[in-house]
Unconditional design. Structure first.
Length: 248
């Protein structure tokens, strides 16, 4: 009986030491991976890297990690020419990516995930850079511009348009409910219906104001835009990728 108790105590101690060693190893690996990712992507700050699954040492020995989560704050993505203010970097407030089946080298100099999914949050003030915020003449005596974006509910974006008709500014902005989609690497915002400015206007002219697009490219590790949906504090963009190279 005494021998059994000793064996149990030894097993508990060894198990505790293994867990401690495993957690220490995963902390080192996360820190090393975060530093290399910051360097390879030229990030302004060190991202958060979390290696999931237990035990880590068993995964490390196999050279493949089950799941790695990466979170990057305030990432400036490249942007093409929008319909309003030209090419400007797009600030992504938070980009979170979940990588699965990550193959890596022993010194973490390279790492590739078979699949990646995640989300990117872009604020309305940032997306507004792509809209037409300077007055545009729609017809003789009629000008309009976009003055704000907000959550329109049901995944839609509310686009506020300020208009001047025959020298008089309309007393209230006109709100247009718009749908956001992803097309060819661009977030596109298209009005579901056109605003009534009180005078007959060609649809294509009005859509020069209400509709706009914003390219968001060169995301970390080569992930790409998938879907977009309006949210209270901005647009949530789903991202995805395959054979995603995190490092190296």
């Amino acid at each position: 009986m005494r021998a059994l108790r000793i064996l149990l105590i030894v097993a508990v101690v060894l198990g505790g030491l293994f867990i401690a060693a495993d957690r220490l190893a995963v902390f080192f690996a996360e820190d090393e991976a975060a530093g290399r990712l910051r360097t390879s992507e030229g990030l302004a700050s060190t991202p958060d890297v979390s290696i999931k699954g237990f035990p880590f040492l068993t995964q490390a020995a196999s050279g493949t990690l089950d799941e790695v989560e990466v979170s990057i704050k305030d990432y400036d993505a490249n942007a093409g020419t929008g319909s309003g203010n030209g090419a400007k970097p797009v600030r992504i407030e938070k980009l979170t990516a979940r990588m699965t089946d990550v193959d890596f080298s022993g010194d973490f100099s390279s790492a590739t995930a078979q699949r990646a999914t995640g989300t990117a949050l872009v604020s309305y003030s940032e997306l507004l850079k792509a809209a037409q915020v300077k007055p545009v003449q729609l017809a003789r005596g009629v000008t309009a511009k976009v003055i704000g974006l907000s959550d329109g509910g049901d995944g839609k974006i509310a686009v506020s348009v300020e208009a001047t008709v025959m020298g008089r500014k309309l007393p209230q902005p006109i709100t247009v409910t718009s749908s956001a989609t992803v097309r060819n690497g661009e977030v596109t915002v298209d009005a579901d219906s056109l605003p009534n400015l009180g005078v007959p206007l060609a649809e294509d002219k009005v859509r020069e104001i209400t509709d706009f697009r914003q390219r968001i490219s060169d995301l970390p590790a080569g992930i790409e835009l998938d879907k977009v949906e309006a949210a209270p504090d901005g647009v949530n963009i789903s991202v995805k990728g395959s054979n995603v190279r995190l490092v190296g």
